[in-house]
Design a protein around this ligand. Sequence first.
Ligand code: ADP
Length: 477
Amino acid sequence: MRPVRASLIPGRSSSIAKRLAWFYTLASSLLLIFASVFLYWVLGVTLEKEDERMLANQIHELKTILQTQHGCAKALEREVTHGNAGMTSFQYHIYSRILDDVGRTLVESPGMEGEIPPLAFPATNSTPYTSLKWRSASGKTYLLAASPADAGGTDRTLRQIQVALDGSLEDALISRYERYLMVVLLIGIVASAVIGIVAARRGMQPLTDITKAIERITASQLHERINAVQWPQELVVLASAFDGMLDRLEDAFNRLSQFSADLAHELRTPINNLRGEAEVAMSRPRGASEYRDILASSLEEYERLSRMTDSLLFLAKADSTQTSPNFLPVDAGKEVAKIINFYEALAADQGVHVLCEGNETVQADPTLFHRAISNLLSNALHYTPRGGKIVFSIQHETNGTIQVVCSDTGIGIAPEHLPRIFDRFYRIDSSRHGHAEGTGLGLSIVKSIMHLHRGDLTVTSVVGEGTSFRLIFSAAT
Ligand code: ADP
């Protein structure tokens, strides 16, 4: 039989490998996006702080010149024209302007006049200074800051310092950073998807291997076990569960094979007998009484075959759960007494005393209960010599169940046979007691009946002393 692939079965959910790959890609993409956004934010904040620091430095520088050099116009001009306080590796451009107390420009950096008008700056009433971002008419972005300052020297009037930082380089840097970030993010997401797919496939490889190992096991290789291979931890449980199933299957398969072989063997004897008798009958012309004798002898074989097929049919039905017991409260004592009554003549003939002790009502299928007890009594009668005794005892157990025990003082069963007497067709050497009509199915049927009743069946026996079969039923509710 060709193995069926899960992907070929309509309506199946996507594979675990695909789900794992998706999950991995999603998780790593989210992490990458988070890291990128965070780094982007950190860069923005750092640059902003750096800009603020540079503007503050420049204001401080100009204030110092105003203070120390008493507003020396030359020194101020030098600073305003060339001073780029707090320069970093980036070529920042800082513009400075100093206004007098009525707002007239005293000195300013070249190129500042038309580009950044004094009114663009924030009001200087707050200390130490205030800053704001501003876009000029030419489209450039500036960070503007203004601060009041003493004119220095004897001049008691106030000055206003205005400084502006050209942010275009920074903007270019940030947009370049954004582009790199996008590329890195894209590559990262694609890479994590590829890694996710490869990792999921590799991770799921043992499942494929275990499937192949299972597929290799056919009916003729039921003895093979897959746990012999070193599987990853997660699959060890699955492998041992599968091996457990193989154990049970192998056992059932062997039993079935044994059963077929036994069945063929059991059928061969009566069929050969019948064929032999027919051949003898046909070998020469015979009288009517001779033919009648031959037919009578054949009839015994037919009866044996019929009993066997009946029993097999019953067991097959019980196995396939076609038999659903019709549970009713059964007066066990009364039922056993009826069966003893039925076998009374045979028992008397064999010189065996049969009796029943105790009485309880069990929850059972009356027909099946009857059949189980009959099989036990029939066996006990066969294996109990003259003068022996067969006792049925019915008792209520402390755990609420009812036990029906069939004890005889018969020939007993050797310990080595006890585990197998419930197997189909298992018979202990029939020559020891001459029970020729036995099919070896009687106890298998009792076992099946007890299984259908979800009860229990046990046996104890001492060779030469007797045998006890113990049946456990549920009490009637
Ligand atoms: P059979 O049709 O041969 O009796 P069973 O399945 O009923 O088949 O029994 C299986 C074997 O168990 C018998 O062949 C017999 O040897 C042994 N056995 C069953 N019941 C008794 C008993 N009461 N005493 C001794 N041996 C028994």
